[in-house]
Design a protein around this ligand. Structure first.
Ligand SMILES: Cc1cc2nc3c(=O)[nH]c(=O)nc-3n(C[C@H](O)[C@H](O)[C@H](O)COP(=O)(O)OP(=O)(O)OC[C@H]3O[C@@H](n4cnc5c(N)ncnc54)[C@H](O)[C@@H]3O)c2cc1C
Ligand code: FES
Length: 245
């Protein structure tokens, strides 16, 4: 984990409520797709955890939805503003288990961490299918960005206004995948857990205190005992997940 100052390079709307922010700074603590950063915002006690969408040696991209006062404040920030970030948080996805044809499933703001994961799996020569799930057409973002990486892309919308009508699981049945990676709302994760024919990894969200393993505020029960979502997670393997309700 590293604490350092990042500078906003751009902050643009992708949809009515979802923004893409590119920051420059020291990304050396980020070691795997699926990790997150924790952002300090002026006047707010708790940092805001956001997944890494993409990164290179000196830039970091995050995509966030405006849901409350922290993300609202972020959406109004102009290029040049500096932010205090904790980087390199969480375990991230394990790429070594993917097989030849992994499927990546993102729902809503669960889509962003799939981007750097797809990039890395493509670089390893894997055939990568991606399912992007949204409620309706006007919420869709990053379809073309995944295609540009060379992924096979399926978009589902609950209301059928674009792509396949229904849920991400409606697209999954047609894909001959060897393994899955997913991030999204918990009902979607549960559906993927039940419907998937292979093993896989899922990323969980939980309200956080410290965000780096010190407060135990994000503990959850798994098959192999209690784990901290911010430290041993947010990514869990299918086999270790214990649904509590
Ligand atoms: C590991 C992880 C990765 C995440 N990645 C993304 C992402 O890539 N894009 C994105 O849009 N959102 C992501 N979230 C959710 C994001 O953290 C919340 O939407 C954000 O903190 C809301 O802050 P707020 O001040 O706008 O909302 P408020 O409701 O005002 O926040 C009040 C408090 O609750 C916490 N909180 C609210 N919603 C959540 C939530 N869903 N999960 C955890 N804490 C929450 C806030 O951090 C804050 O401490 C992620 C959450 C986690 C745990
Ligand atoms: S948020 Fe403090 S241990 Fe996870």
């Amino acid at each position: 984990m590293k604490q350092s100052i990042f500078r906003i390079e751009s902050n643009t709307a992708l949809t009515d409520s979802v923004y893409k922010m590119v920051l420059s700074g020291d990304t050396s603590a980020i070691t795997a797709p699926g990790q997150f950063v924790n952002i300090q915002l002026e006047g707010m006690f708790l940092r805001r955890p956001i997944s890494v969408c993409d990164y290179d040696d000196s830039t970091l991209t995050i995509i966030y939805k405006v849901v409350g006062k922290g993300t609202e404040a972020m959406s109004a920030m102009a290029p040049g503003v500096e932010l205090d970030l904790l980087t390199g948080l969480g375990n991230g996805y394990d790429l070594s288990l993917s097989g030849d044809h992994p499927v990546l499933i993102g729902g809503g703001v669960g889509v962003p961490p799939m981007y750097n994961l797809a990039k890395k799996l493509i670089a390893q020569g894997k055939t990568v299918s991606v399912i992007l799930g949204f409620n309706t057409q006007k919420e869709i973002f990053y379809e073309e960005e995944f295609r540009a990486l060379g992924c096979e892309v399926f978009v589902t919308t609950v209301d059928g206004s674009y792509g396949i009508k229904g849920f991400v699981t409606n697209a999954l049945e047609a894909i001959p995948y060897t393994y899955f990676y997913t991030c999204g709302p918990e009902p979607m994760l549960k559906a993927v857990y039940r419907f998937s024919a292979t093993s896989g990894q899922m990323s969980f969200e939980k309200r956080m205190g410290c965000g780096f393993g010190a407060c135990m505020g994000c503990s959850c029960k798994t098959i192999t005992g209690y784990k901290r979502i911010c430290k041993e997670g947010p990514v869990m393997k299918k086999e270790e997940i214990l649904w509590e309700n």
